[in-house]
Write a protein that binds this ligand. Structure first.
Ligand code: ADP
Length: 432
């Protein structure tokens, strides 16, 4: 059939995955490939080719969008896009000297770019190694891959404001701030910063042939892997949130207010829409890692089925894998509390799930206190999302509807962004 399809490709922490949606936003197909430690641009391009070529009906693709891990960066020639240095991966911790130079130019020590793995620190790493210089530019993983779609004979598409946040971009006024433009980093900054999902161009002739995509396929500006995962979960309204119950517990909520509090590790990404929506996020040290220490996934499943989710366990646990919490309480000395342990494993699990649900509820309360507004609905992603007992416990303790995410693969979020463009980020006010 010639009906249009939409492709998203996610470059996450452990591999690459593609998703293909039809024009009703139904998932037609997915494909994936793992990549190892030797991951670099050539690996990425190979992975891109492999996952896209496995998608059915790709010859009818109307649009494609790629997300990458945040703060994974390359140093490229600005003339022809040739890779000169890197990648410095998302979790690469920069040298003390680079971190110090980075922090010295920041307007405040709490800035998102102050982290030792930030893209801005990586820029300084190259500067201090004498590798930066005229004619060189910092390129995020998603930017580089997006450029591969356009073909190498066209000017760099630039970056998007999700990837640009950790490089110091001012997402409020949508420009590079003066303190950054005055610094030695200035020549390395991407020239253009687009809105995620905005049209960058069309597939070039070369890439069209090696990917099997039509030249009429639109290329949409990308985003980061965690925002793509948020978009996959399916929210649209202010007050809607996504909780990721993986190894740790992370929450992200749509808000009209940009909330930042570095003491709790809370910061906001710009979404979009009119009125402008922000994505306020925070991450707790509690999460599935605590469960995995005690129970196998199989045991979790059958013990959960024995729990009465509407009843209170009577236990007052504070589940943490080790001492120290960041959010919703910031206390390096906070001790885990998992005692007394009852005879029954099901009751023990009941207490742990409740303890984590209370931490989640307190997290949303904290976001509200910090100004993010009222929580209305929670959508759940990650390994814990498949536990209906836990969902009911969470709904009871959080006090709003708690549901499972429609999709949990970031690739689906990227595909939706390819399909819906900037309107996926936030609704536009009705035109009068
Ligand atoms: P990550 O990608 O962060 O490592 P996942 O999203 O894959 O994590 O989720 C894995 C976590 O989910 C594990 O820590 C595991 O304990 C937890 N988990 C797996 N099955 C269940 C279940 N049925 N109920 C609750 N938690 C579960």
């Amino acid at each position: 059939s010639s009906e249009k399809v939409f492709i998203g490709v996610d470059f996450g922490t452990s591999g690459c995955r593609a998703a293909c949606l039809d024009s009703n936003a139904s998932l037609l197909a997915e494909s994936s490939v793992a990549y190892g430690d030797a991951s670099g641009p050539e690996c990425w391009r190979e992975a891109l080719c492999k996952v896209v070529k496995e998608l059915p009906r790709r010859e009818s693709a109307a649009a494609i969008c790629i997300d990458g891990t945040s703060a994974t960066a390359l140093l490229c020639s600005s003339a022809d896009g040739h890779v000169l240095e890197g990648p410095l991966m998302y979790n690469f911790s920069c040298s003390a000297a680079a971190v110090q130079r980075c922090r010295a130019i920041l307007p405040n020590p709490d800035h998102t770019a102050a982290a030792s793995s930030s893209t801005l620190c990586k820029a300084w790493e190259w500067i201090l190694q004498g590798k930066a210089g005229p004619g060189k530019r910092l390129v995020h993983q998603a930017d580089w891959l997006t450029a591969q779609l356009l073909g190498t004979d066209v000017p760099s598409p630039g970056t998007d404001y999700h990837n640009a946040l950790k490089l110091g971009y001012d997402v409020e006024s949508l420009q590079w701030p003066d303190w950054l433009k005055r610094s030695e980093v200035a020549p390395l900054l991407p020239e253009k910063v687009l809105s995620p999902g905005e049209t960058v161009g069309y597939i070039g002739a070369g890439p069209a042939s090696w990917l099997g995509l039509p030249e009429s396929c639109r290329v949409a500006a990308g985003t980061t892997d965690s925002i793509a995962a948020f978009l996959a979960a399916g929210t649209s309204q202010v007050g809607e949130a996504v909780t990721s119950l993986g190894s740790t517990l992370a929450i992200k909520m749509r808000s009209l207010v940009r909330v930042e509090d570095s003491s709790f590790g809370v910061y906001s990404h710009r979404l979009g829409g009119d009125p402008l929506q922000w994505l306020v996020g925070g991450a707790s040290n509690t999460g599935g890692v605590v469960l995995r220490k005690v129970f196998t996934d199989k045991a979790l499943k059958h013990l959960s089925a024995e729990i009465d989710a509407e009843a209170d366990s009577g236990l007052d646990y504070y589940p943490l894998p080790c001492k120290g919490q960041r959010f919703p309480i910031s206390d390096d000395n906070l001790e885990p509390r998992l005692e007394p342990r009852p005879e029954s494993d099901a009751q023990f699990l009941h207490g742990i799930l409740e303890g984590m649900a209370r931490i989640e509820a307190a997290s949303f309360q904290k976001l509200e206190e910090l100004g993010a507004g009222r929580l209305r609905r929670v959508v759940t992603a990650g390994g814990g999302a498949k536990n209906p007992t836990w969902c009911r416990i969470r709904q009871r303790l959080i006090g709003v509807p708690v549901e499972s995410a429609e999709w949990t693969e970031a690739a689906c979020g990227a595909a939706l962004l390819a399909m819906k463009g900037v309107s996926l980020l936030g609704a536009l006010a009705d035109q009068k």
